[in-house]
Design a protein around this ligand. Sequence first.
Ligand code: BTN
Length: 277
Amino acid sequence: MQQPTRGALGSGMTFRSLDPQMIRGRLVTRSLGRDLILLDKCTSTNDVAVEQAKNGAEHGVAVIAEEQTRGRGRQGRSWRSPRGGIWMSIILRPPTSFKPLDGLPLVGALAIARAVTSMLNIEALVRWPNDVVIDGRKFAGVLVESSLKGADPDFIVLGLGVNANFHAIALGELATNSTSLLDVACSPIDRELLICAVLQETEQLYELVDSDKETEVVGLVRRADWSCGKAVRVQLEEKALNGILSDYEDLTSVRIIQKAGTTVCVETNTVVSVKYL
Ligand code: BTN
């Protein structure tokens, strides 16, 4: 029986640490999360997962930490990871034929959006390229890192971060653009259940992508999308693009209509940053 840990809910409130038995008992996946490494604290679960994968860890191993001291976001940004969140990295070992590596951040974001929407009955939407938002405020993000063997991926680490049982105000300066499930649901959520739901959604979507059903996944992204129709400024290495994000071309690129009426196709892996205007 675990003792409640004083957490970040707010003064005088407590939350329970993650219970691995409660995750294992509710998990219905074939492989994702079947082998679970649950840590109290680490630099980044992606770091631990990369290390595990280099040492031969199998497809599906998931690393979860209560707290990250050096959580990482896209483009070298830091990712605040206090206690009460869900900080999880999943090792994927795709077949050599696996193509849509650059589409995985979107797959991870969609998995979180679908899990939150069905579990909490709150509309969580995907914001291209890798965010999950509620009412336009970010509460989750995805960081994919991979190691190649020649031209093919040897392993992929899918890092998923969800602001769950802490108030977004704990994130300091980022709080105006961010929210948390605690802020939205107004009571602590069942993190074990959400972890299981995210793992299940990720497994199903990954299997669709892996069996050449990418178009089906793009359709699901469109249905859970927040971004299309919004004005954006996309910073690429060499230049910036302003326009309306019109649609997903596929899992790895979007179409942007510029003021002059020209449509540009932007590959997600060339994007430095995205600002919604
Ligand atoms: C982003 O939106 O910029 C991506 C955030 C990804 C955060 C997760 S938390 C688990 C994993 N470990 C990390 O250091 N980052 C990812």
